[in-house]
Design a protein around this ligand. Sequence first.
Ligand SMILES: Cc1cc2nc3c(=O)[nH]c(=O)nc-3n(C[C@H](O)[C@H](O)[C@H](O)COP(=O)(O)OP(=O)(O)OC[C@H]3O[C@@H](n4cnc5c(N)ncnc54)[C@H](O)[C@@H]3O)c2cc1C
Length: 384
Amino acid sequence: MSPTVDAVQLFDLTPEQYEIREVARRVAVENFQKRNLEWEESGEFPWANIRLLAETGLLGATIPEEYGGGGGSWLEGALILEQLGRSCYVTAMAALGEIGVQTQAIAAYGTDEQKRRYLPKVAAGELICSVSITEADAGSDIGAMRTTARDDGDEVVINGGKIFCSRADVAGLFVVYVRFSDEPGTHPIGAVLIERDTPGFTIGGAERTLGGEALYSLYFDDVRIPKGNVLVREDGFRRMLTAFNGQRCLNASISIGIAQGAQDAAVAYAKERHQGGKRLADHQGIQWMLADNEVEIQAARQLVWRAAAKASGGFPTRSEAAVAKVFSNEMALRVTDRVLQIFGGHGWLREFPAGRYLRWARYGPLGGGTPQIQRNGIARELLR
Ligand SMILES: Cc1cc2nc3c(=O)[nH]c(=O)nc-3n(C[C@H](O)[C@H](O)[C@H](O)COP(=O)(O)OP(=O)(O)OC[C@H]3O[C@@H](n4cnc5c(N)ncnc54)[C@H](O)[C@@H]3O)c2cc1C
């Protein structure tokens, strides 16, 4: 069987997965949607929303059951984040830390002690977890990172700095990618777990973003952590990259949720507003824009579900996650742009939702590995 045919796998959600999706939809619509602009403008971390997600079991849905979670897979995570992105970008981004790569890397690669210590608190909404990779001179090229980890007896000493860390204002735990040696031509990159109050670790001021969430710089000045807080050592670069394949599916799911939320708003608006003696919805030009949106949203969803559902060995494959992310991120830009057009001049007004969705959609192609970097990976795989 050719690889292309083999890759096509038909599947549907289980009744339990439909149920999780429905619970997430209801919680998000009833509690987060109405205040989504307020959350964005205040720049505050949505603690109330995170607590509610923890109470309903959605926050810990992908954490193993023995550590207080629901034991779900990347697919459950994708279903939940799509519904959060559909209603409230700020909440989706806040929950991404708990549902996403940080906690999944701890669950997959952590010691029993690390899992016992951190995961139950994450599932309960008591511990916010950040991941920090990006540096001033190492963005897409993460192999260029300079933050170092040096062994010193029973401890590891961290020096360096990071930028663009989400949720650093509220996080209690940071999964920090570090370089264990400077040997040329190698990627001795692993990850360490640094708790907020560790001496020598400081967090810079907030940088506000187009999406409302703030980003922070982190500074490590002879930060000493016990060896027990090393998550992955220098031989683990590939494993840490693999963990990111899951994050790509979740980032893509938020894009799909944003596109779906925009499409919902456009359908309602097109049925309501009249121009030329009929509803906008009765103009064929508008119908075709809505239909194009529907085609693209459904296609993206299938790509993400497939990549997430086929995750073997704990994480989706590089290629399937990359294909899903590129298509979903770029699809959301096209869909939200069409939606703003359907709203016409009203789409440009702040109190109308169209502009908000367009702004939110812009994040997807920036985080979790850009589409350019994903395309490099897809092409590398094809041409191997
Ligand atoms: C809202 C938000 C939240 C974020 N949260 C976090 C976080 O919590 N933790 C964290 O570590 N980081 C975070 N980031 C950082 C994010 O991961 C980086 O912005 C991203 O990896 C890109 O790096 P860069 O910004 O340095 O861009 P650069 O790497 O400088 O890239 C600039 C442009 O060049 C393109 N480019 C670069 N290299 C190549 C190449 N080889 N081939 C083709 N094109 C290329 C890129 O695609 C991009 O379009 C966040 C970013 C945003 C916007």
